[in-house]
Every structure is written in C-alpha cells, then in structure tokens.
Design a binder for this molecule. Structure first.
Ligand SMILES: C[S@@+](CC[C@H](N)C(=O)[O-])C[C@H]1O[C@@H](n2cnc3c(N)ncnc32)[C@H](O)[C@@H]1O
Length: 419
C-alpha cells in the first residue's frame, strides 16, 4: 500500500529539498570563489616564485643577452651621474647608501655601480681640492651598495664577479692617481619584491632601477572571470582584440604597484635623496602601437603558430598573460603627483634604435633578450620543450616586420627627489 504524505509533509519535503539545493548552490559558489582565489594566489606566487632572468653565463643567459638594456642605459648615463652628483652635494653623507632595484644577474648592475662610485669619487676629489669653498662638506668614506631582485634571481653570479669588480676599482683609482684612500665598499644582495619595503627608514641616498619597473607584481587578477577563464583570449598582453576590461585591469595593477613602490622608497630615502628609474613605456594614450606592445603582439603570433602546428593547446595559450605594463607619460606623472614626499625633477623619453647588433639580425637579438627574460614564466606554464621553436618564430616574424614597419620602443627616464 502506498503511503501518501500529508499536506504538511509535502511542504516539509519541499522546504527540505530547497534548503538542500541552496546549500549545494552555496557550496558551488564557495568552491568557485576558492578556486578563483587559489588561481589568483597561484598567479601572484608565480611571479615571486618563478619569474627570474635566465641565470649563469651560458648562451641563453640574461648575462649574455642584455646588451640592448646596456646600450639604453649608456645612452642616459649622463642623467644618472648628474643625479648622483646632485644628491651627493645636497646630502654629503659620510656613509652613502645606494640601491639597484631589479639588478638581475648580468654585468649591467656592476657596471652602473662602478660608474656611480667613480662619479662620487670624482666629486669628492674636487671638494678636497677646493676645501676652503666647501668647508662643511664631508667626504664619503663608506659605500653601502644594496643589490636587490626577486629571491629567485641568480645572485651567485653577481657575487662571483665581485673580486674582479673590486680589483678593477682599485686599478682605476691608481690609474687616476687620485689621492686619498679608497672608501670601503660594503655590498650585499637584498632579495625581495620592490613592491613593498626593503630597507630601513632613511637609509638610502640614491636608488637606481633599470628595465625592471614595467614588470608588475602579478598578472592582473581582473583579467579572469569568476571561473578563472582569461578575458584576453589568444593574446598575452593588451592587443587590438582585447576588451576594454583588459586595459583597465592592467592600468589598475600598474597604479597599485607603482604607488606602493613610490611610497616604500619615500620611507627609505633620506630627504634630498634621488631615484633614477628607467623603464619601458608607451608614446600616447593608445595601448596598441608600434612600440613595446608590438613585441608582445609578435610573441602572441609566435604562440599562435605553435597552436596551429599542434605544439600547444589553444586553452593553454588563452590562460597565459604577461605581468607587464607600458604606462603612458601621463599615467606615470599622475602616480607621482599622488605622493606628497616625492617630486618629479625630470622625465625624459628615449627612443631605441632597431638596428642590427653585429652579425645577428635585429629579430634574433630581440628574440634572445625576450627569451632570457620570459623563459622562466613560459616554461613554467607551457613546459620548456616549446622554447626553441617559439623564439625561432619570434625572430623570423620580427625580422619580417622591421623591414615593413617603423618599430620604435620607448623608454622613460625619471629623476625623482625625496622632499
Ligand atoms: C630585464 S631585468 C633588468 C636587469 C638590469 N637592471 C638591467 O638593466 O640589465 C629586470 C629585473 O627586474 C627584476 N624584478 C622584476 N620585478 C621585481 C620585483 N617586484 N622586485 C624586485 N625585482 C624585480 C627581475 O627579476 C629582473 O631581474
């Protein structure tokens, strides 16, 4: 005999079913949120845990493939040394604190530290010679040099180069026939993200950072929907097909990061301390141009060739985005304006040539440089098997484009003063 539920039982059964359903919905929502959070966290961790320039001194290392950055820094060296001179004359510290943020593992960091050291030595010498005009100026006899990068950086390669570096400094000092003793130099690696505090209050006089600040602290989380799917499918950076939300996501992340960087450094610098920040940017309001964004377009196309050949899956490419942003001049200025204790003294735009370097084609030089920078992130996402084919595509596509297009990547050079 079938037992029919009473009228009240019906409602009870119905309510129980609804409660169960709601619980299930809540659990799904909770899991989705958790997955998204984990995904965001993973992407953030990726940068701090995975991102590093290719270490060592091998064929594909950053040390062997950073001549473009060196060339650009040489072009603006006069700005760096002018700022060093200004800070020295304004503060004349006995113990001077200098930091290179995003020093990486190539020769560029020690090269700039050597230039800074020699510039200060030369001013000290001038002060000594005209002592009666500068009776209150102290001479720095202690240099504290902090080399900073992410913890995954190959600091060992720099440390191994230090004995030779010290030998060269002593040699140059003897050659210049400068009188007085060589100041003591205390150098150390400072692993950690520059998006946050790194040094004690008022411990730095000069901060240098080259080709590092266009790297964001993470891939912007707003690039992904609730399910963690990328809204920038098929592209690794802002492109013509990117929806508006992608540009906003990148800009928001840049604003957050750059303001945190400035706030942190403003605590660490002494009053009148200076920063020279060199990083990639874009010419106007348009994100997609024939400047730095063009290289990412070439990388997206290089990936697309691998997809069409079955070397990687489309979804894998869809979920790969770079943690890079090329800001405009206005975007940079706006962030600096928000900082009461930092004043922008100068902002120059430098255009880089696209000429061939020695026997290699321009495409090959850029492909090697991009590989040395991006290899860690790409192999963590796709596996390292694709690297050779990917960057062969990159070099070829870029060489095809440079003959047709006037590609002009630009670099910003900022001089900032702590007030
Ligand atoms: C292209 S290299 C530039 C190296 C060197 N300054 C030069 O001009 O050749 C960029 C460096 O910035 C570092 N970097 C990126 N984001 C960073 C962060 N949040 N904190 C510290 N270093 C970071 C990278 O690890 C990398 O070594």
């Amino acid at each position: 005999m079938e037992i029919l539920p009473l009228k009240g039982d019906h409602t009870q059964v119905h309510n129980q079913a609804r409660t169960k359903e709601r619980k299930k919905e809540r659990a799904i929502l909770f899991n989705q949120k958790k997955k998204k959070k984990e995904e965001e966290e993973r992407k953030k961790m990726d940068v701090e845990k995975v991102f590093h320039m290719t270490g060592g001194v091998g064929k594909t290392s950053y040390a062997k493939n950073s001549s473009l950055q060196k060339k650009a820094c040489d072009k603006v060296k006069h700005i760096i040394l002018e700022a060093v001179e200004e800070v020295y004359l304004a503060t004349t510290p006995k113990s001077i604190g200098i930091a290179d943020l995003g020093c990486s593992s190539g020769p560029n960091t020690l090269s700039i530290i050597k230039d800074i050291f020699q510039a200060i030595q030369s001013i000290s010498h001038k002060i000594m010679m005209h002592r009666r005009h500068h009776p209150h100026h102290l001479i720095s006899d202690e240099f504290r040099v902090y080399l900073n990068d992410l913890p995954t950086n190959d600091f060992n390669s720099i440390f191994k180069a230090l004995p030779e570096f010290h030998r060269l400094l002593r040699q140059d000092k003897n050659k210049d026939n400068n009188d007085g003793l060589i100041p003591s130099i205390f150098m150390g690696g400072y692993p950690g993200s520059f998006y946050g505090r790194l040094f004690p209050n008022s411990s730095l006089h000069f901060v240098h950072s080259s080709y590092s600040l266009h790297w964001l602290s993470r891939v912007p989380p707003a690039l992904y929907d609730k399910e963690g799917n990328s809204l920038n499918k098929g592209c690794v950076y802002i492109s013509e097909s990117s929806p508006e939300v992608v540009q906003k996501a990148y800009l928001n992340q840049f604003q957050q990061d750059f303001s945190l960087f400035l706030r942190s450094r403003s605590e660490e610098l002494v009053v009148d301390g200076r920063m020279v920040l060199i990083f990639l940017g874009r010419r106007g309001t348009e994100h997609v141009d024939k400047g730095n964004s063009f290289f990412w377009q070439i990388l997206s196309r290089s990936f697309a060739i691998l997809v069409s050949q079955g070397g990687i899956e489309q979804e894998k490419l869809d979920s790969y985005d770079v943690h890079f942003y090329a800001p405009s001049r206005e975007e940079v200025e706006e962030e600096v304006r928000k900082q009461e204790s930092i004043k922008l003294e100068r902002l120059d735009t430098v255009e880089m040539d696209t000429i061939e370097q020695g026997i290699e084609s321009y495409g090959t030089t850029v492909a090697k440089a991009v590989r040395a920078i991006q290899e860690s992130m790409i192999s963590s996402h796709f596996g390292e098997k694709i690297l050779d084919a990917l960057f062969d595509n990159f070099a070829r596509l870029l060489d095809d484009e440079v003959v047709k297009e006037d590609i002009k990547p630009i670099t910003f050079v900022l001089v900032l003063r702590k007030i």
